[in-house]
Design a protein around this ligand. Structure first.
Ligand SMILES: [Mn+2]
Length: 308
């Protein structure tokens, strides 16, 4: 594998699919709503691009990876690596990726089962083999695709590497060794350096900053918060990204940076709610380019949010 981590994006009209997070039914519905055949072919020669985070939380991560892998390998789709996909490549056990490690339950110590298809040896090998082929970024003159954050300096670093895991480890080790010379750095400062000075982290999960006050997210007390980089994005090409799950109707993006993640990852929790009536709030969506409209998995269509 000698391809570098920043590659050419398909030309022509595209449908850029947000974070799927194991929601195979939603993905099948969305591809149907967009007009694709099961082979990923479109009568108007449109093509698919995935912003990454194919797995975790939803019920069928192996099914989503298998479908996207088939589309990518047949030339019908492209896909970039997300932070959840990276965690699996790094062998990092997280709360949401228990399925990959053969665990029936989420690893947060709760007794609540998270119904999910569990990976066996064959599935694990196939998932890793596919994720190893994924770039961190795709680009063409008028458009860029990234999982979390387009950062020019980090993109330049990624252009010189063909292995996301090796690049991640190289920078993690460099930062660790720099910290041994800086005994005064506090824990938050060290955490921020691991996040903000590692190109693979910045591109797949974005920059962070010290929070004014500690806050709770996903059951953990956090002292670092995400930076809303899209407010400052003013490059000429549009940028479509995922990762920052948004609520429908609530804008996330600048005039040229458009978020495709409409929080389908919330569905596994929505299903557990007593009051759940089958109407999901979290949606899977695709941004059509150059049209800049959003198509949802239930067939709804709206203009892509372009307000800051
Ligand atoms: Mn993500």
């Amino acid at each position: 594998m000698t391809d570098v981590l920043v590659r050419d994006l398909f030309d022509g009209p595209l449908d850029i699919v947000g974070d799927v997070h194991g929601e195979l039914d939603a993905l099948r519905n969305l591809l149907h709503q967009l007009g694709y055949s099961t082979d990923g072919l479109h009568p108007e020669k449109r093509r698919l691009v995935f912003v990454g985070d194919l797995t975790d939380r939803g019920p069928d991560s192996p099914g989503v990876v298998a479908l996207v892998q088939r589309l990518v390998e047949s030339g019908a789709a492209q896909c970039v690596l997300g932070n959840h996909d990276l965690n699996i490549l790094l062998g990092d056990r997280k709360h949401d990726n228990h399925w990959y490690f053969g665990e029936e339950f989420a690893l947060d110590g709760s007794d609540e089962p998270t119904p999910a298809i569990i990976a066996d040896e064959t599935i694990r090998a196939r998932v890793i083999q596919f994720f190893q082929t994924l770039p961190l970024a795709l680009e063409r003159d008028d458009l860029r695709v990234i999982h979390a954050c387009w950062d020019d300096d980090m993109i330049e670093v990624a252009r010189r590497s063909s292995d996301a895991v090796a690049l991640h480890q190289e920078h993690a080790e460099r930062i660790t060794s720099a910290h041994s010379q800086q005994p005064d750095l506090d824990k938050v400062e060290k955490g921020l350096e691991f996040q903000n000075r590692n190109p693979v982290k910045v591109l797949t999960s974005g920059r962070e900053q010290r929070a004014a006050k500690p806050f709770e997210a996903s059951g953990k007390l956090r002292r670092q918060e995400r930076v809303s980089w899209w407010h400052e994005y003013n490059a000429e090409p549009y940028c479509v990204f995922g990762h920052y799950s948004m609520h429908r109707g609530k804008d996330r993006g600048s005039s040229r940076a458009l978020c495709a993640d409409y929080a389908v990852a919330r569905r596994w929790q929505e299903r557990k709610q007593h009051s759940f009536n089958g109407d999901f709030q979290g949606m899977l969506a695709a941004i059509r380019f150059p049209e800049k409209v959003v198509v949802f998995d239930n067939g709804d269509v709206e203009l892509a949010s372009i307000k800051g």
